[in-house]
Design a protein around this ligand. Structure first.
Ligand code: PGA
Length: 251
């Protein structure tokens, strides 16, 4: 199980410090579940100082596929490692929709993340139009196969997949537990096919999209739902900690 908070483009340095301290005291020492915070780039260093030694890990929200060079405005995997990142979110639907990320760019970044021992949290998910046209399984299969192509891993803890239906993100409209269970089962078989039975069975598949303290338990108790990628509710320490407790109980 893993519960990761995606802060998106929220919180300046002072606010990031305040929320991190709040999360550290509200969550305590994580028991039986991984916990991670993914703040904006400029808050990573300060957040790491507060997380170090707590058992809560640090993640970034994106990165560039090269080590260094003339890529104004970009951040590389070695830079993320140097400030203490363990995870990096890749291919979030907001990046796909607003910043033209493709399955191919997500794949290049995932390869780069692994080669620098960062754990990519690879996001997949269909739009409302695709779900209504009953194309969600096909769309997600394409995203999973292309995004994870040629990745070599020796353990299931080296990769995380997050299923986030676009129509459920920030909308207050959560996918139903049955919809989530179906898609996670589909992703599980894809992972077993792409890697092998043992590795594919162990990779954490997170659900994301309007997860709140009130709906986390019914989602996390479903098979193949190994935690959550939390947006809005991660901006409140008590709400985030309550979601972590749901994961601890489901673990
Ligand atoms: P949300 O965001 O929890 O605010 O819906 C989830 C995400 O985008 O990762």
């Amino acid at each position: 199980m893993l519960v990761a908070g995606n802060w998106k483009m929220n919180l300046d340095l002072a606010a990031a410090r305040q929320l991190t301290s709040g999360v550290v005291s509200a969550v305590g020492t994580p028991k039986g579940t991984g916990v991670a915070l993914c703040p904006p780039f400029v808050d990573l260093d300060a957040t790491y100082s507060l997380l170090h030694g707590t058992g809560i890990r640090l993640g970034a929200q994106n990165m560039h596929e090269q080590d260094s060079g003339a890529f104004t405005g970009e951040i590389s995997a070695p830079m993320l490692r140097a400030v203490g990142c363990h995870y990096v979110i890749l291919g979030h639907s907001e990046r796909r929709q607003l910043f033209d990320e493709t399955n191919e760019s997500v794949n290049k970044k995932a390869l780069q993340a692994l080669s620098h021992r960062l754990v990519p949290i690879v996001c997949v998910g269909e739009s409302l139009e695709q779900r209504d046209a009953d194309r969600h399984n096909m769309v997600v299969e394409e995203q999973v196969r292309a995004g994870l192509a040629n990745l070599e891993v020796s353990s299931s803890s080296e990769i995380v997949v997050a299923y986030e239906p676009v129509w459920a993100i920030g909308t207050g409209r959560t996918a139903t537990p049955d919809q989530v269970q179906d898609m996670h089962g589909h992703i599980r078989s894809l992972l077993q096919d792409i890697f092998n039975e043992a590795i594919g069975s162990g990779i954490d598949i997170l659900y994301g999209g309007s997860v709140k303290p009130g709906n986390a338990a019914e989602l996390f108790e479903r098979p193949n739902v190994d935690g959550g990628l939390i947006g809005g509710a991660a901006l409140n320490a008590e709400d985030f900690a309550a979601i972590v407790r749901c994961a601890e109980e489901a673990a």
